[in-house]
Design a protein around this ligand. Structure first.
Ligand SMILES: Cc1ncc(COP(=O)(O)O)c(C=O)c1O
Length: 452
């Protein structure tokens, strides 16, 4: 018997109708919650439900996100949250920035995706725009959708240009979870389960330790292992907003040049203003050879990522085979229109300056609270609005994150641990909202203090 797929048609139609609805009744909203939980548990990944505060800490009804604006979003029941997670760095412009949405809508009215054969204008515009704002002589870019794809491209480019295979990366580094980027990751939790990864040599050194990078390059040179590139985040994000010593980036820039090794900056999370400079490496006035960008490049509206480099390095992308690196959906017109708008707003509003000011303000207040509760806090780290609260143990971190969620503030641990709770709100968060977050955190800490 031929399957008519009637159930699938009805199911999809129901959801298309819901997407078009601007309001739901309370009963419908509760239906959405129950169905969302079921869909995750039975068809996506039930493990996620155990980790999500939206399920465990939202009261009688799990929090299913529905809509948002600026630094505030609402769940389907209309409960409001101040977003201090910012989609792990994707929401620098906040939820649904109206100018990005407008630009994308206008492009949508014309065409969402390229033919793949003619010249699509926006891809070129975005590449040129990036050449205007990236450090040094960086001039050419390739576009994909995710951060991990940007890193894959950066790794491949470094190998093709140098014709070498080795990489030096950092312990605790996070570069993505596809096979190449995963090989560069500095966490056993993610690297071990899939078994053998990238076949070439990958050496991990402690993050921020320029001596270790120099030593590793020297050893590789002496024993004849060819290193293509050193790859680091300017400030480690997933590791908990860890800032390297000030001499780290200048020294690794100098030593990579000395050994003819490329320097790749993973600006996927730090890029476009989050740390108080447009690029993380700008804190140390360092110009990398290759830069990877993603997350906020799409303005929190479309997925888009890029890896970019100089004309000299890019030659191997253009000749002899200009199609050596392609992807069908990456760099489509909608994604590029979002990125062009996101860059425009970031530059026009000098959002990195806001990140620096608000970050100082927030970090000072956090340090004050940390001093009041030394039994809980180990340290506060970070730059701009990429901030880590480090606790002596993960139980306290979890209670802080859960207590904040109950009080309408979303923060995040690292992916599977609450030892460190990250605060990385949209850069457009207001000072008043920051004060609100701090009040709710103080309240949470006082409550935890009573129960421990
Ligand atoms: C520094 C860094 N690089 C790469 C990635 C991977 O990006 P994506 O999750 O878009 O693949 C992340 C994601 O958190 C990241 O923080």
């Amino acid at each position: 018997m031929i399957n008519s797929f009637d159930n699938a048609v009805d199911f999809a139609k129901k959801w298309i109708d819901l997407i078009h609805r601007s309001t739901l009744t309370e009963g419908e909203a509760k239906g959405v919650i129950e169905e969302s939980k079921y869909n995750f548990a039975e068809h996506f990944n039930r493990g996620w439900l155990d980790y999500r505060k939206s399920v465990t800490e939202a009261g009688d009804w799990a929090a299913v996100e529905w809509t948002g604006s600026g630094a505030v979003f609402q769940d389907v029941l209309g409960r409001e949250y101040i977003d201090c997670l910012g989609g792990y760095g994707m929401m620098d412009l906040g939820w649904s920035h109206p100018e990005v949405v407008d630009t994308v809508r206008a492009q949508l009215g014309r065409t969402p995706m390229p033919s793949q054969e003619l010249i699509d204008p926006l891809r070129g515009v975005l590449a040129r725009l990036l050449s205007m704002i990236t450090p040094g002589d960086i001039k050419y870019s390739f576009f994909a959708a995710s951060g991990t794809e940007a890193i894959e491209g950066a790794i491949k480019l470094a190998k093709m240009y140098t014709r070498k295979d080795g990489f030096i990366v950092a312990v605790k580094a996070f570069h993505g979870k596809t096979m190449g980027s995963l090989s560069m990751m500095g966490k056993a939790d993610y690297r071990q389960p899939p078994g053998t990864l990238y076949g070439g040599p990958v050496y991990h050194v402690p993050f921020g330790d320029a001596d270790a990078v120099e030593r590793q390059l020297d050893i590789c040179h002496k024993v004849g292992i060819d290193i293509a590139a050193c790859l680091f985040e300017p400030i480690q994000g997933e590791a908990g907003a860890l800032v390297p010593p000030d001499d780290f980036w200048p020294r690794i820039r100098a030593v990579t040049k000395q050994y003819g090794v490329l320097l790749i900056a993973d600006e996927v999370q730090t890029g476009l203003g989050r740390t108080g400079k447009l690029w993380g490496v700008d804190h140390w006035m360092v110009v990398p050879d290759i830069i990877a960008i993603a997350k906020s490049l799409g303005g929190g509206v479309m997925p888009i990522s890029a890896f970019s480099s100089t004309e000299e390095i890019w030659q191997c992308m253009m000749s002899p085979n200009p199609f050596i690196h392609t992807t069908t959906t990456g760099g489509g017109a909608l994604a590029c229109s979002a990125a062009i708008a996101a860059i425009y707003i970031t530059l026009r509003d000098k959002l990195w300056e806001q990140a620096a000011l608000k970050g100082d303000y927030l970090q000072n207040k956090l340090r004050f609270l940390a001093e009041q509760y030394p039994q809980f806090y180990a340290s506060i780290t970070g730059k701009g609005l990429l901030i880590g609260q480090h606790f002596h143990n993960p139980e306290v971190g979890y209670k802080v994150a859960a207590g904040l969620f109950k009080r309408g503030v979303l923060v995040a641990g690292t992916l599977t641990s609450a030892h460190t709770i990250r605060i990385e709100p949209p850069l457009v968060i207001t000072f008043e909202q920051i004060d609100n977050v701090i009040d709710r955190l103080a309240d949470t800490l006082a409550e935890i203090n009573k129960t421990i």
